[in-house]
Design a protein around this ligand. Sequence first.
Ligand code: DGJ
Length: 735
Amino acid sequence: MNKVLCMAFGVSALFSPSIIMAETVHVSTPKTSLVLEATNGDPLKFVYYGNALTAVDMESLKAAGIPNFNAYPVYGLWPEKEAAMSAVHADGNMTLDMAVSGVKTRKDADGSEVTTVTMTDRVYPLTIDVNYRTFPGEDVIETWTETTHNEKGDVTLNRFMSGYLPVRRSDVHVSQFYGSWANEGKLEEAPLPHGVKMIKNKDGVRNSHTSHGEVMISLDGKGRENEGRVIGAALCYGGNYKLMFDTDDSDYHHFFAGINEENSAYHLKKGETFATPPLALTYSEEGLGGASRNFHKWGRDYRLAHGNTPRKILLNSWEGVYFDINEEGMKQMMTDIADMGGELFVMDDGWFGVKYPRNNDSTSLGDWTVDTNKLPNGIKGLCDAAKERGIKFGIWIEPEMTNSASELYEEHPEYVIKAPKRDAIEGRGGTQLVLDLANPKVQDFVFNVVDTLMTKYPEIDYIKWDANAPIMNHGSQYLTADNQSHLYIDYHKGFTAAVERIREKYPDVTIQACASGGGRANWGVLPYFDEFWVSDNTDALQRIYMQWGTSYFFPAIAMASHISASPNHQTNRIVPLKFRTDVAMSGRLGMEIQPKDMTAEEKEQTRKAIEDYKLVRDVVQLGDLYRLLSPYDGKGAASLMYVAPDKNDAVYYWWKTEQFVNQQLPRVKMAGLDPDKTYVVTELNRVDNEPLPYEGKAFTGRFLMSNGLEMPLSHNVDWNKRNDYASRVLRLTAK
Ligand code: DGJ
């Protein structure tokens, strides 16, 4: 029988507080509950995760039938089962046998509440703290563990998952995100198979090109956007990860997520703590869309740098000039973006290197000194030029990397990652090397790259932080021979230490996580970064698919989305400016183009589009996302919308994804509006000669959500401007 409540904390008017009874731990958020049984001397048991429970349900919960699984299973006594942690004790014993020894709670400075269940080995002086963090007003629970011991020698950790969750079998589908460079964030959904389904990464540096450390688990068959029960899970980590579903002979799928333990055995010293990264979980009965909105809100409020500050509209120089950086060219680009209403210019790769000027990708990384042959007035000259034009200035760096052709490498060959006795393996440009962030001197170097730039040029408003290589030739010249297996983990500890120092000193600068495009899209790094570059592929049509998948876990404010040239540089596809702009306008709008090559008419069209985007920027970047028609459904079109939290403003996007004559496309119903409010429709970025029939007309939210509006299949433009694309952006303003 449960003993009565012994502690309550964080009482909020909005939701019942997390309550700890002597045996039952109830971790709650406004709409969800996670229940554990934590009886001193017994294993910690998982009881429930799902919709918020009332006191009545809590009382009878066990009678309804609950799983009989440990909340954080460990390896040893039941070796045939998958475990979240396995360890070898100092004396060689390979088993763990953990029992609850205490439960405590605390409130952190950010207002979040942490419930910690401490488990102690029945024989060895080893403890595992299993933590659950909740935030006021958010339906996300973060879980992670901290392991420590007092044994006579090192304990070797061979597996160290952040969390475990039993998922009751029914018709469970998992949505995952796969891809490759320039094709990131592709969505795939499939029912869970018997046996093991594993999603993993072993890049070492960039963990989200080929697969994402996030999954949506739809409990009621194929995931639907606004209905059905969905658990969303995101591992908040920038390094190698492993997500695993083990479907055994029980009634449950066993879900584990954490750092990938492969080649990463960790020798834990007496008194040292091994903390796993948080696994963020959400549960929604509003389908995939509800789970996404929960993640977006939690992310903006607690995990994304400046998550609630609208972003500037920028021009980045990369696809416009590539390595051909010079002062005149940079000034011309600044003038153009300022004239079109942009607010920031970012100078990409190619501005640095004295002994080895950076003219291509084979030299100079690490030599972060301006090349005055290209920029006679240096960075200061560019900052001044930006100021004269009324815009801000940003700069590209790749601080974690060097080239064998660089002054840095000549001075510090010991800084690079490589196995002892072997030559370094060189990546991009045939010469790129990864710096060993396990080494505190390298951490200082990386900090100093930013510190020097920011001290000399405090006007710098934005940093594009690139990372274009995986860890190659596994080995650290810094770590001792017996700790070589720490490299993957210590690299990320070192990375975090460096960016934490940077953020402490420079809290205001905007930083983009770019890692060969979308290699660093994860909630582990985003507390230090404001956004990420979704992909090096800027083709608008392909971006619809990539941004759709990426939106499952990441809000539009974090998704850098740029108008680029036609034909597109990655796909060679010829796409009209209207369509390119309408896709870019659904994320954090920017440009990745040489404006000099645009016609006056195109520049004027872009100027107006930027003006229009400013009208809805807050709704796109801070509003709630409703995905309406998936490009993956192959219906010939895709559509989504953003709705302001007060439901007074919304913006609707529709893109035709296929072109066939007399094609029947579905009429898209809207979502997320207030049924009782009346909305006036205004088309943004309009190119048609005549307004749409519903321009300026008013409709109730109820009508728009049950009927939607017909989208013409083509644009009403002059004959010579016709093309095979069509798209619409509509603003809906409550009267
Ligand atoms: C890879 C990035 O993804 C590009 O946007 C660009 O910054 C290049 N690196 C520069 O080398």
